[in-house]
Design a protein around this ligand. Structure first.
Ligand code: FDA
Length: 391
C-alpha cells in the first residue's frame, strides 16, 4: 500500500498532525486504542495546555529550538479548538487548563478531527523495518498476523518517549532516528518521583504539604506541593525538580517558608513554657514535625530554653533541607522522557530532518521536554502543527 503521509504513533502529536495533513494520511500504532496517555493524563481530566507556555518551560540541549513552533501554535489556538469542540474546561492553577469532564473528550476531539480530514488510523499494528527505497519511505507492518509494506512520501515519527512501558511506550522513534543517521541525546526518566534507600519516609506516606523544591546543582525552584510516598518523595514540586536532578546529587527542600525563624522567636516570647516540638507542629503537619524532631536534640525542651540565634539557625536548616535520593522510580512511573532526537539535526520550523527530506520527528521523541503543567501536550500540538504545515 502507498500513501502520501505515514504517521507512526497515534498519541497526542500523531493524532494532531493527522488532522492537519488530512487525506491520504495513514496513522499506525501498536496499541489497542489511540491517545492512551491523553486518556490517563491529568488524573483523567487532561491538563491539555498551559497559558503561560514559553520556551523557558522546556529542557533541551538547544533551549531556543522550541520557540518557533510554540510561537506558531499557541495555547490560545489549541484552546479555541477545545471550545469549538464544546469541551468545558477550567484553569486549575498556574495557567494549567483541564477538561471539566473527561480527558476522553480530547481523544475524541483529535480522532474526530483526523477522521473528518480524511486520515485513517490503524491500531494494533506492529512496526518492523523502516527504510527508504530511493523514492519512498518504507515501513514493514504486521496486523492480525498479516505482513504488509507501506510506502509513503512523508514519514512522521510520533512514537513518544519511553515512559510507562506497560502502556506500550518504546524507544522506537530514537531507533528510527539513528537508522537515518540522526543523533540522539542522552535519555532519562523525568517528572518522576524520588526514591530513598531504607525508605526513611515510609511513616509519612500519604502526607502532602506546600513546599519549594529544587535540584541543588541546576534549575529553578518550584513552589508547589510535595507528597511523601512509601518509597520516597513525589508531588508536583518534586516531579519538577526531578527534571534537573542527576544521580548522586542533592535536592533542596524549603519546608519553612518565609518567616519561620521570626515566628518561633515570637512564640518563645508568648508561650515559652511549651516545647519546641509543639510550636513546630503549628507550622508543619504534626506527623512531619514529629519526624523532624527525632533529629533535633532538645526538641522536647521548652522553647524558652532555646537562644534566639539557635531558633533562627533551625529555621534556616528547615528552609534548606538537603537530601540525596538514591534514585527515581524510573520509566515505570515517569510522566515523560528527558532527551531524545537531537534537535541539531532537525529544522525548528518544520521538524524535518535536515539531512533526510520528508522525514519528521514530533512530540516527546524529540529532545524537548516540558515542565509539569500542560507544557508537554502543548509541545506535542505545536511540533505536530509545525510538521503538518510543511507537509
Ligand atoms: P504519546 O506517548 O502520546 O504517543 C506515542 C504513541 O506511539 C502511542 O500511542 C504508542 O502506543 C505509540 N508507539 C510507541 N512505540 C510504538 C511502536 N514501537 N510501534 C507502534 N506504535 C508505537 N502532559 C501534559 O502536558 N499534561 C498532562 O496532564 C500530562 N499528564 C500525564 C500523565 C501521565 C501518567 C503520563 C505518563 C504523561 C502525562 N503527560 C502529560 C505527558 C504527555 O502524556 C506526553 O508528553 C505526550 O503524550 C507526548 O505525546 P506524543 O504523541 O509524543 O507521545
Amino acid at each position: 500500500m502507498e500513501c502520501r503521509t505515514l504517521i507512526l504513533g497515534a498519541g497526542a502529536a500523531g493524532l494532531y498532525a493527522a488532522a492537519r495533513t488530512g487525506p491520504d494520511t495513514l496513522v499506525l500504532d501498536h496499541a489497542k486504542r489511540p491517545g492512551e496517555k491523553i486518556r490517563i493524563s491529568g488524573g483523567g481530566r487532561c491538563n491539555f495546555t498551559n497559558t503561560g507556555t514559553e520556551a523557558g518551560n522546556f529542557l533541551s540541549a538547544n533551549p531556543h529550538f522550541a520557540k518557533s513552533a510554540l510561537a506558531r501554535l499557541t495555547p490560545w489556538d489549541f484552546l479555541a479548538e477545545v471550545e469549538a469542540a464544546g469541551i468545558a474546561w477550567h484553569e486549575k492553577t498556574l495557567g494549567q487548563l483541564f477538561c471539566d469532564g473527561s480527558s476522553r473528550q480530547i481523544v475524541e476531539m483529535l480522532t474526530g478531527a483526523a477522521a473528518r480530514a480524511g486520515a485513517a488510523i490503524r491500531m494494533e499494528t506492529g512496526l518492523g523495518e523502516v527504510g527508504h527505497d530511493g523514492s519512498r519511505f518504507t515501513v514493514e507492518t504486521v496486523r492480525n498476523g498479516r505482513a504488509e509494506t507501506i510506502r509513503a512520501r512523508h514519514l512522521v515519527v510520533a512514537t513518544g518517549g519511553k515512559s510507562i512501558p506497560r502502556m506500550g511506550a518504546t524507544g522506537r522513534g530514537l531507533e528510527i532516528a539513528r537508522r537515518f543517521g540522526l543523533a540522539v541525546t542522552e535519555t532519562r526518566p523525568a517528572l518522576v518521583p524520588f526514591t530513598f534507600s531504607g525508605q526513611p519516609f515510609a511513616g509519612l506516606s500519604g502526607l502532602s504539604l506546600p513546599i519549594t523544591a529544587r535540584a541543588a546543582e541546576r534549575g529553578p525552584a518550584f513552589p508547589e506541593a510535595m507528597l511523601f510516598t512509601h518509597r520516597g518523595l513525589s508531588g508536583p514540586a518534586l516531579l519538577q525538580a526531578s527534571n534537573y536532578w542527576h544521580e548522586g546529587e542533592e535536592i533542596v527542600l524549603d519546608l519553612a517558608g518565609p518567616g519561620l525563624g521570626a515566628a518561633l522567636v515570637a512564640a518563645k516570647r508568648q508561650e515559652g513554657a511549651r516545647a519546641l516540638r509543639t510550636h513546630l507542629a503549628r507550622h508543619l503537619p504534626a506527623r512531619l514535625a514529629e519526624h523532624l524532631c527525632e533529629g533535633i536534640a532538645g526538641a522536647g525542651r521548652p522553647i524558652a530554653d532555646w537562644p534566639d540565634a539557635e531558633l533562627a539557625t533551625l529555621a534556616d536548616r528547615l528552609a534548606d533541607w538537603r537530601l540525596v535520593p538514591s534514585g527515581t522510580e524510573g520509566y515505570r512511573t515517569a510522566e515523560v522522557m528527558l532527551g531524545g532526537v537531537d534537535t541539531a539535526g532537525l529544522s525548528s520550523k518544520t521538524m524535518e530532518a535536515k539531512a533526510v527530506p520528508g522525514l519528521y520527528f514530533i512530540g516527546e521523541c524529540v529532545d524537548v521536554t516540558g515542565w509539569l503543567g500542560g507544557y508537554n501536550f502543548q509541545w506535542a500540538w505545536a511540533s505536530a502543527a509545525a510538521a503538518a504545515a510543511a507537509i
